[in-house]
Design a protein around this ligand. Structure first.
Ligand SMILES: Nc1ncnc2c1ncn2[C@@H]1O[C@H](COP(=O)(O)OP(=O)(O)O)[C@@H](O)[C@H]1O
Ligand SMILES: O=P(O)(O)OC[C@H](O)CO
Length: 508
């Protein structure tokens, strides 16, 4: 009998991947496709949602071809996605009314500021676990309905659909039959009440967002619908997991016990701690969010969102062109010998947790006549580690938990220099996943559990091999000296902010 597989789509900020996974949890084939990053104005980031859909179709076709299997051998499909990124499309034609507004984008800053000035921050935090930042979908939806002519009226008439990328791809794969999302993605919109698990009427009213555009909300491991055979090579295959990428990585690490923490170093870096079935709020501006939901049971999480991580490495490669490949940064950082007091604060699109400062912009401190390319590369990698310490410190303070080790994954976790420096600066071991595609594997496990491909997480645990462990080696005085320099650099960056006028932040 032909073997069966799970197909998982991991739609990230800069590229999309399709993975085919067998019953032993091995990736038998994968394909990856980058797509265009559109920067219409400083601080704005957009994607073409149709280009994303095309990239998804292409990677599915490539992965199936590489694996030499037929779509009928796919027992279910999992989708995990860059969160918050907002698409609005026409229900009839399926065409987006504007580009997707990416999570990093700052174009709805003035809407977020208006909410804060009107005193809504405590209400929004209490109901959604989030903060009034343009990062989340709510202000992006408001911006789109304001800026695209006629959009508000069409939304009120029920002619438009809103979705994060999971919803957009499910709509496309089902041929416009299913308009749904999951709790984790919903919990990133700033419109979802994480206590009673519904779209919040009061917040919808404050932002004047018509309920008619919103998707249904479900758990993370269940059948939401079937692919339209026209979209999936003649097969009606169940779509059986939708989950935001950071929560998928938490599940993929099997960080299923309260207190377990993972950090994923992708475009951004996201520390997520499982906090169990009860909501807990941070005193230090971490987010409370939904971690995952299986069989009707909700697990909450605390999250520290770092906006710029691997994208700083991309900046070295694409904008400064001082490295050819992202992986070149490892050897360069290891070679750097001058000036270990050079600090890059990569606040390219503001600062996320724990600062939440949308107007901050990047800074470079401590340059001397001796500063060389390798020093800048090292400072860039170190910035990822320092930002992680900023977040982990407040996460530990919020929960009274001393985290014994940090589980890590994501593309930049490949970098051994970064991993060792991270262990040093945190003074705890770093446990790297063997397969860095933990995000995709999390969605795979959930899609497999939904259809009985795997029976339970104990069975999945047997499939996972641990990767490399990095132990702290640096003297405590040394790491404290370095970290104090970082804190000074962050303070100086925040002092030197650009003030963003309403028109710069708000108009098309
Ligand atoms: N060896 C490396 N060292 C440092 N950064 C890397 C390395 N390899 C990849 N990256 C960075 O990791 C990111 C890609 O990771 P990935 O998990 O695919 O991100 P995403 O899901 O956000 O698209 C890119 O920003 C890239 O610059
Ligand atoms: O594309 P990534 O992996 O950097 O993840 C993006 C996050 O989901 C944004 O919240």
């Amino acid at each position: 009998m032909a073997e069966n597989y799970i197909l998982t789509i991991d739609e990230g900020t800069t590229s999309t991947r399709a993975l085919i996974v067998n019953h032993d949890g091995q990736i038998v084939a994968s394909a990856q496709q980058e797509f265009t990053q559109i920067f219409p104005k400083p601080g704005w980031v957009e994607h073409d949602a149709l280009e994303i859909w095309q990239a998804v179709q292409l990677t599915i076709a490539k992965a199936l071809t590489t694996a030499q299997i037929t779509p009928a051998q796919i027992v279910s499909i999992g989708i995990t996605n860059q969160r918050e990124t907002t698409v609005i499309w026409d229900k009839q034609t399926g065409l987006p009314i504007y580009h997707a507004i990416v999570w990093q984008s700052r174009q709805s800053t003035s809407i977020a500021q208006d909410l804060e000035q009107a005193g809504y921050q405590p209400l929004i935090h209490e109901k959604t676990g989030l903060t009034t930042d343009p990062y989340f979908s709510g202000t992006k939806i408001r911006w789109l309905l304001d800026q695209v002519p006629g959009a508000q009226a069409r939304a009120e008439k029920g002619e438009l659909c809103f979705g994060t990328i999971d919803t957009w791809l499910t709509w496309q794969l089902t041929g416009g039959q299913v308009h749904t999302t999951d709790y984790t993605n919903a919990s990133r919109t700033m419109l979802f009440n994480i206590h009673d698990l519904t779209w919040d009427s009061e917040i919808l009213e404050i932002l004047n967002i018509p309920r008619a555009i919103l998707p249904e909300v479900h758990g993370n491991s269940e059948i939401y619908g079937y692919t339209n055979p026209l979209q999936f090579y003649g097969s009606a295959t169940p779509i059986a997991s939708l989950i935001g990428d950071q929560q998928a990585a938490l599940f993929g690490q099997l960080a299923l016990k309260p207190g377990m923490v993972k950090n994923t170093y992708g475009t951004g870096a996201f520390l997520v701690m499982n906090i169990g079935s009860k909501i807990k709020f941070s005193k230090h501006q971490l987010l409370t969010t939904i971690g995952y939901s299986i069989n009707g049971q909700i697990n909450y999480a605390l999250e520290g969102s770092i906006f710029v991580a691997g994208s700083a490495v991309q900046w070295l490669r694409d904008s400064l062109q001082i490295v050819e490949k992202a992986s070149d940064t490892q050897a360069l950082a290891q070679q750097a010998s001058h000036n270990d007091q050079l600090y890059l604060v990569p606040a390219f699109t503001g600062l996320g947790a724990p600062y939440w400062d949308p107007d901050a912009r990047g800074g470079l401190f401590g340059i001397t006549r001796q500063t060389q390319r390798a020093d800048l590369v090292r400072a860039t990698l170190q910035a990822l580690a320092y930002q992680t310490r900023d977040v982990l410190t407040v996460m530990q303070a919020d929960t009274d938990i001393q985290v014994p080790e940090l589980k890590v994954d994501g593309g930049a976790a490949r970098n051994d220099y970064l991993m060792q420096f991270q262990a040093d600066i945190l003074n705890i071991p770093i446990q790297r996943a063997q397969l860095l595609e933990t995000t995709a594997l999390g969605a795979t496990y959930l899609a497999g559990l939904a259809v009985g491909f795997w029976q339970n997480t104990d069975e999945i645990q047997q499939l996972i091999t641990k990767g490399q462990r990095f132990k702290p080696q640096m003297a405590v005085t040394e790491k404290e000296r370095l970290y104090q320099g970082w804190q000074k650099a962050v303070a100086a960056t925040r002092k030197f902010k650009v003030s963003q006028s309403k028109t710069q932040g708000g108009a098309l």
